[in-house]
Write a protein that binds this ligand. Structure first.
Ligand code: CO
Length: 134
């Protein structure tokens, strides 16, 4: 059902510092920061030949990654994003198998403006999974 790995997201306390590491030390292409107020994060995408890395720092008081950064103050891998062809069909398939979809279960526009959903880490080897329709 899942297709390509779209991105790995890393939560960071300081987006500029993280961009400098990927740009200056690792020599990667990094897009300019982009605020996503409706998701409570500011992100910058590292463009690799075969996937992207989503660097994200909290935006606003109610950012959903505050708790993660409290537990991981230096930052850490936050989620993996897999591509799917039809996100509603994927959701219905997973729900029928007993997997938990976070939130209301309705796809919302993600960082690329395409519909995304998140799956409960306890059902997927301890890792938060984002599905993105492409
Ligand atoms: Co993501």
């Amino acid at each position: 059902m899942i297709g390509r790995l779209n991105h790995v997201a890393i939560a960071v306390p300081d987006l500029e510092a993280a961009r400098a590491i990927y740009l200056g030390i690792l020599g990667a292409r990094v897009a300019p920061p982009q605020p996503l107020p409706e998701q409570g994060v500011r992100v910058a995408f590292v463009e690799l030949p075969n996937a992207r890395i989503e660097l994200m720092e909290p935006l606003g008081e109610k950012s959903p990654i505050h708790g993660f950064l409290e537990r991981n103050p230096a930052g850490g891998i936050h989620h993996l994003c897999y591509e799917v062809d039809d996100i509603r069909a994927a959701r219905d398939h997973l729900l029928a198998l007993g997997a938990r979809v976070l939130g209301e279960g309705e796809p919302r526009p993600g960082a690329h403006g395409k519909p995304v959903l998140f799956l409960h880490p306890k059902d997927f080897c301890g890792s938060l999974i984002e599905l993105e329709e492409v």
